[in-house]
Unconditional design. Structure first.
Length: 311
């Protein structure tokens, strides 16, 4: 059954939100995508007029930094409320097999906070949902654990907030649908730090790709060749001087590359890549995972996974 954002009577005070994932921003998790405030299709703008969003995105995505967090990182109620609806039992599957428009949220919990306010928590681990409809919860109550269910290729929590069925950005609640300088009114108890820097994409290729090939997606290699190089690449927007980029990858036999690079000057768009030639006898068959991690002053500000299969 799809999750419906139910309407409620006229609102009064909005909920004050705490972080809905038990993690430390910049250390074990980061905000990957913000609410999209751009009205035009094909354009995205976060609340601060940056590009840290996706077209039509109506929530806040908090991503963890490893697949080992699936089924372990606790998802918490961001505010006191009553459980309206839950879904559990969907597989944690980055290939999204069996995912439809109706179940794209994956394993999830919908909470009512009174006066028309609701929060929705998506993509939790299978069989982790720990609450039932009708339960009254306090702030920080355990809802489940982060997972890979629904329409997602990496472990993260999608949090959405609505008022009488209309989507609201907790970073810009009084002017949802517009953007402006950060620092205005917020519904967060302790607003997570914001950076305009964005990691647009990461992937595997068999060569060092050009910026155009990365941007249009043609550089991405879904199936590798055992005798060809494996290269991890990334595209970053609004990088700053001194940012540290780490590119790494592992396969069936363990780590295959790990390279750290310093961004030398502020750049609107910067692409970086690093790879290895195929070993004697070729790459072993199986799945390979790459990672691109960007840190600033020791804090993670952007991260992406990459995947390729070797026949």
């Amino acid at each position: 059954m799809p999750f419906l954002l139910l309407a409620a009577p006229a609102f009064a005070d909005p909920p004050s939100l705490s972080l809905p994932l038990d993690c430390e921003i910049g250390t074990t998790c980061f905000i990957e995508d913000y609410f999209d405030h751009a009205p035009d299709p094909g354009v995205q703008r976060d609340f601060a007029c940056g590009f840290n969003s996706r077209d039509g995105h109506r929530g806040t995505d908090i991503a963890v930094l490893g697949f080992d967090a699936v089924g372990r990182a606790p998802v918490l109620a961001a505010a006191p409320g009553t459980v309206l609806r839950t879904r559990d039992g969907m597989a944690d599957d980055r290939l999204m097999r069996g995912v439809t428009k109706e179940n794209a949220c994956g394993n999830a919990v919908l909470l009512d906070h009174g006066d028309g306010w609701q929060t929705l928590y998506c993509h939790m681990a299978r069989d982790s949902v720990a609450v039932r409809p009708g339960e009254t919860l306090s702030r920080g109550a355990l809802l489940g654990t982060v997972g890979l269910s629904g329409q997602t290729t990496h472990p993260h929590l999608h949090l959405s907030l609505t008022r009488n069925g209309a989507a609201v950005d907790p970073f810009r609640p009084e002017a949802t649908g517009t953007c402006g300088p950060p620092g205005g009114p917020t519904l967060w108890q302790s607003p997570p730090p914001y950076t305009p820097t964005q990691m647009v994409t990461a992937g595997f290729s068999d060569r060092v790709p050009g910026l155009d090939a990365i941007a249009d997606g043609s550089a991405r290699l879904p199936i590798g060749a055992p005798d060809q190089p494996l290269v991890v690449y990334t595209l970053i927007g609004q990088a700053e001087h001194g940012d540290l980029l780490i590119l790494s990858a592992s396969g069936p036999d363990g780590a295959i590359l790990d390279r750290s690079m310093i961004v030398k000057a502020p750049q609107r768009a910067v692409s970086r890549a690093f790879g290895r030639r195929a070993p004697p006898g070729g790459w072993p068959s199986g799945d390979y995972t790459g990672e691109a991690t960007l840190t600033r002053a020791g804090k993670v500000i952007a991260h992406r996974f990459a995947h390729v299969s070797m026949p």
